[in-house]
Design a protein around this ligand. Structure first.
Ligand code: UGC
Ligand code: NI
Length: 175
């Protein structure tokens, strides 16, 4: 087995694209007011309801739960060396700290290679909902410790598959 020095391991640079409902559609929904198909005024005119933004799927025998994830900021350039998926249910992240964060996804199905990844830079007012089985990297907070409201599943069964990425990808934010 020939062991290449770290510098020779092939790595692929990943440049984030802005997050939008259209580009994210194969992976789930973007949770933001401007993505609402339906919105209407309620509460005697005081409030606008941006309705039904994401398809929350707890799975046949699951229960929807809400948690808060407090993520440590990731250092850049960030090496993407693994991906995960939740085969039984969806998982949504809504930023509470108002800061941008990174989203790395790949289509459901076969284990992804680095060439299958799509990387998004989400604004601090955009959440995401990963549809059931969509490959994604665990939470990627940036700059400071950041809280996220997380809507996902509690219930029986195995709901997290992980896969190593070889070669890895490297996320850079070009200034
Ligand atoms: N493990 C866990 O609950 N978190 C991951 O699923 C994630 O996507 O961050
Ligand atoms: Ni997850």
């Amino acid at each position: 087995m020939i062991h290449l020095p770290e510098t020779q391991h092939p790595q692929r640079e990943l440049l984030p694209q802005p997050l939008s409902s259209e580009t994210f559609a194969p992976f789930g929904e973007v949770i933001e007011a401007s993505a609402a198909v339906h919105h209407f005024t309620i509460n005697a005119g005081n409030t606008e309801r941006y309705h039904d933004l994401a398809r929350i799927e707890p799975g046949a025998d699951g229960r929807v739960i809400i948690s808060i994830f407090r993520g440590q900021p990731r250092a850049l350039p960030f090496k993407v060396e693994m991906m995960e998926r939740h085969p039984l249910a969806s998982q949504a992240f809504v930023p509470l700290s108002g800061r941008p964060y990174l989203v790395v996804v790949a289509p459901p199905g076969k284990a992804p290679g680095v060439e299958d990844l799509q990387v998004f830079l989400a604004r601090g007012d955009q959440g995401v909902n990963y549809a059931t089985g969509v490959w994604h990297h665990p939470l990627l907070a940036l700059d400071e410790v950041s809280d996220f409201l997380v809507i996902d599943r509690s219930g029986p069964g195995h709901n997290c598959d992980e896969v190593a990425l070889e070669p890895a990808g490297v996320i850079t934010l070009r200034g």
